[in-house]
Design a protein around this ligand. Structure first.
Ligand SMILES: NC(=O)c1ccc[n+]([C@@H]2O[C@H](COP(=O)([O-])OP(=O)(O)OC[C@H]3O[C@@H](n4cnc5c(N)ncnc54)[C@H](O)[C@@H]3O)[C@@H](O)[C@H]2O)c1
Length: 245
């Protein structure tokens, strides 16, 4: 599962699953481009990984702002051949259908579905021209099951699976694979801020009976990014401890 000589762009790399992806990819020899809106966290991750010998570039950007994103990607494409894209960045605006504001609904769709679409639109043609590429999208068990009070998030994460399959059809003949990971409940800052009364029943329902670690998702992402996964495309790996299957 070597990622040596590969350049990976990871969104939302400042903390949680994105940070774990950066760490695992660095261990496997990838050159890293980290994007996040939080300067403090993403610069800290970059410094840590650099001190361990990794080659890291980072940019501070709100990915939902299209014009600045286009500019950053243009600059990055002029400097790097980007082989791997990990669409991970996300946030949630909970709400049931009858109460959620349209603007909150759109904001959630924009980060989880709009940004992966735009980055894929920009990077997939280059990957196809290079005859090698990997896109890994981070979905969610809620995208499979639906979730009361999470209408925007569940709709967006279901959409991520449709996007994944469509991109896979577009990129396959040119050696580009596109897959998703579908995490269950993972120990990241937003999850640890949730009251236990919401977290515990989900953990209890999982087959493994415990919360997942960000590294456990990151290892599945790294596998899909590697040549070991060369004949896997248009599908997903559930990293949920058996919850929601
Ligand atoms: N933690 C879980 O249990 C879980 C389960 C299923 C799916 N997921 C998905 O995994 C991904 C990562 O989740 P996490 O739990 O690690 O979240 P997190 O909040 O710990 O990390 C998300 C990162 O994305 C960044 N980000 C958010 N909005 C951004 C924007 N507009 N522009 C740039 N950066 C932005 C944040 O600054 C943060 O560093 C998300 O797509 C999430 O929906 C998480």
């Amino acid at each position: 599962m070597n990622l040596k000589d590969k350049t990976a762009l990871i969104t939302g790399a400042g903390q949680g699953i994105g940070k774990a992806c950066a760490e695992v990819f660095a261990q496997r020899g990838a050159r890293l481009i980290l994007l996040d809106k939080n300067r403090r966290t993403v610069s800290h991750v970059a410094r840590e990984l650099e001190s361990q010998g990794a080659d890291v570039t980072f940019r501070v950007i709100d990915l939902t702002h299209t014009q600045p994103l286009l500019k950053v990607i243009d600059e990055l494409l002029a400097a790097f051949r980007i082989d791997i894209l990990v669409n991970n960045a996300g946030f949630d605006r909970p709400g049931v259908t009858a109460k959620i504001d349209k603007s909150d609904y759109n904001a959630v769709l924009s980060i989880h579905l709009g940004v992966p679409f735009l980055l894929s639109k920009l990077l997939l043609p280059r990957m196809r021209a290079n005859k090698w590429g990997r896109i890994i999208n981070v979905s969610s068990i809620y995208g499979l099951m639906g979730a009361k009070g999470e209408v925007a998030y569940a709709a967006a994460k279901a959409g991520v699976l449709g996007l994944t399959k469509t991109l896979a059809r577009e990129g396959g003949r040119d050696g580009v694979t596109i897959n998703a990971v579908v995490p269950g409940m993972i120990r990241t800052p937003p999850i640890m801020r949730m009251p236990e009364k919401y977290r515990d029943p989900i953990i209890a329902e999982s087959m493994l009976g415990r919360i997942g670690e960000p590294e456990e998702v990151a290892r599945a992402v790294a596998f899909l990014a590697s040549d070991d996964a060369s004949y896997i495309t248009g599908t997903d790996i559930k990293v949920s401890g058996g919850w929601g299957i």
